[in-house]
Design a protein around this ligand. Structure first.
Ligand SMILES: [Zn+2]
Length: 255
């Protein structure tokens, strides 16, 4: 009986996460275009028709409609259901780690901010200040909601990556974008210094591999830039969920 209930609860949590990320799809689409995402329901980007309530069911709607708009048959990117799937997984993972607590809500919200930031930066090469402010607010909440990371560690997290990034950018103009630096300052408060350093390390690994691949396949020249924000966001997401085991494993070598 208990397992049935647990499965049922997990399905509910998954659907809540997927539905919230379904809304984040709208944010990702509308914020860079300076459109309001508060008023109006989701609509097809191509024909502008409002979707029916049934089209709002995450993931399944896309599968049923075979990735096409009900009205104009325009293609709807697979990114939409993938973001929804990500939201469902993030909700389950957050609840699994922190149970039914405020911490779960904050971790999930943090993951949501990382997701919109990553996609908008990928699309536009810019990180809107609204997202940095949202991360900052979550970071301030974290000071009170989590006791496993100390006050000082959070303050150090705010500067341990952002400050070096800022200094490097003074020396090599354009090395990092202003949005990346602000993002790391805000998110560092949430993560504390250890996870912030780990995030950056993971981001450099991922970004370096991607940059190398772009050069080898000649998709971009040596002087061209690509968005680094998605790698920072992915690094931070990984650090939140698996950072502590990685740090403990690494610390095991030092003792
Ligand atoms: Zn349409």
């Amino acid at each position: 009986m208990e397992t049935v209930l647990e499965v049922f609860l997990n399905i509910i949590i998954f659907l809540i996460g997927a539905s919230i990320f379904s809304f984040l799809n709208v944010v990702i689409y509308r914020v860079p275009r300076k459109l309001s995402f508060v008023s109006g329901r989701s609509m097809c980007p191509q024909c502008g028709k409002n979707l029916k309530a049934i089209d709002m069911i995450p993931i399944l709607n896309w599968i049923f409609l075979k990735g096409k708009c009900r009205f104009c048959k325009g293609k709807i990117s697979i990114r939409y259901p993938l973001v929804e799937l990500l939201g469902g997984i993030a909700a389950i993972a957050s609840a699994y780690i922190y149970g039914y607590t405020l911490q779960t809500v904050l971790i999930f919200a943090f993951f949501g901010i990382l997701t919109v930031t990553a996609f908008v930066d990928y699309d536009t090469m810019e990180i809107p200040n609204e997202f940095v402010v949202a991360a900052l607010i979550i970071g301030v909440f974290a000071f009170f909601a989590f006791s496993d990371i100390s006050f000082l560690s959070r303050l150090a997290g705010g500067v341990c990556v952002s400050l070096p990034m800022l200094l490097i950018t003074f020396l090599i103009p354009g090395a990092f974008g202003g949005g990346d630096i602000k993002l790391m300052a805000a998110c560092g408060l949430f993560l504390g210094w250890q996870l912030t350093l780990l995030s950056f390390f993971l981001a450099v690994l991922g970004g370096g591999a991607y940059g190398g691949w772009l050069l080898i396949t000649k998709k971009k020249g040596r002087k061209e830039h690509f968005a680094f924000g998605p790698f920072l966001c992915a690094g931070m997401a990984a650090a939140v969920f698996i950072g502590t085991p990685i740090i403990n494993w690494y610390a095991g070598f030092l003792i």
